[in-house]
Ligand binder design. Structure first.
Ligand code: C5P
Length: 316
């Protein structure tokens, strides 16, 4: 465990060390379409971002403390910042500030979502801490109030709260829920080391210098495949405008994508800003096979199977 305090272990709901603890489970996401427009004056990019929540989860536990502290456990816990740059800490601070209370909580993150992997792990922790603190402090904020704070925390954080499937417009924070007609089976190949989201957007801008980038639009065939629960049609429509930029910064991603396709995946793409690569398969057995082949190929550090859609942030 990576720790900023002497405390350890994952708390569950109920009484822990004489105080009440609240645990929230939050899913990872994959972007099945990430259409990126030109850079805006504020530095962000307009998006048509089709989010799908997947069954890899972080669990965020908050409990009363004498000061705001963060600890983290999990395979990549040493890469997670434990200071106030952590989105979970920022969520607690923002919520406390809005209500004029002290943000004196200990936040513990049990991390299973790849760190800096393009799967919204940091955003998940922000949404989780927000919901957990709201419950711990008995604030009963409306969903609209919570979503407003989420959008302030980051472009992907509102989706981490909501889960399921949604189209994100604006910088990705304005959500419209989408219908999903079945369960999709995925494999996620986790690369060594993360990629910085701003660096990948920067590379996107560099690669598109002098190009008139069209306004981003959701793909109708993709939305129809999602509604129909049809993995073959969905695989044919997967797209990520950040993929070329992620591959440019990390050329080895090409081999990971090729290895998953060679192993029988229906479709493959870089997840968000990467470097995790996502493979859509026809069923659970195919996902297990593709995961084994990816591991054997040596093109990734680890390969995880998961299904979607998954529920958004949930108090356990
Ligand atoms: O919103 P968030 O803090 O997650 O964004 C991180 C960075 O990713 C931004 O500072 C920006 O460089 C880039 N970004 C972008 N356009 C978006 C979302 C993120 O350029 N729609």
């Amino acid at each position: 465990m990576s720790s900023g305090t002497a405390e350890g272990g994952t708390a569950v709901g109920g009484t822990v060390n004489g105080g009440t603890a609240v645990t929230v489970r939050v899913p990872a996401k994959v972007n099945i379409q990430l259409a990126v427009g030109g850079a805006r004056p504020d530095g962000f990019h307009d998006l048509a971002n089709v989010f799908l929540a997947v069954s890899l989860y972080d669990e965020v536990t908050v409990r009363p403390a004498t000061a705001l502290t963060v600890t983290c456990e999990g395979p990549d816990a040493d890469q997670v910042p434990l200071d106030r740059t952590n989105l979970a800490a920022r969520a607690a601070l923002l919520l406390a500030e809005r209500h004029g209370i002290e943000p004196d909580v200990h936040i513990h993150i049990a991390k299973d979502i790849p760190v800096a992997g393009g799967m919204a792990g940091g955003s998940a922790d922000g949404a989780g801490a927000l919901l957990a603190c709201d419950a711990l402090w008995g604030l009963r904020s409306s969903r609209a109030e919570l979503l407003d704070i989420c959008a302030e925390l980051g472009s992907d954080v509102p989706f981490s709260l909501v889960g399921g499937a949604a189209l994100g417009t604006g910088r990705g924070e304005r959500l419209t829920p989408l219908e999903v007609g079945g369960t999709f089976h995925w494999v996620f190949a986790v690369a060594d080391g993360g990629l910085s989201t701003p660096a990948v957007y920067g590379e996107f801008d560099r690669l598109n210098e002098g190009v008139a980038v069209p306004p981003p639009e959701a793909s109708e065939p993709l939305l129809a495949a999602l509604r129909a629960g049809d993995p073959v049609a969905l695989a044919a429509s997967l797209s990520n405008d950040l993929q070329a930029a992620a591959v440019s910064l990390r050329p080895s991603l090409r081999e990971a994508l090729a290895a998953g396709l060679a192993a029988g995946a229906l479709g493959a793409l870089v997840s968000g800003s990467g470097p995790t690569t996502a493979f859509l398969t026809k069923d659970a057995d195919a996902a297990t096979q593709v995961a084994s082949a990816l591991l054997a190929s040596g093109t990734c550090r680890t390969a995880r199977t998961a299904t979607s859609p998954a529920a958004g942030a949930t108090v356990l």
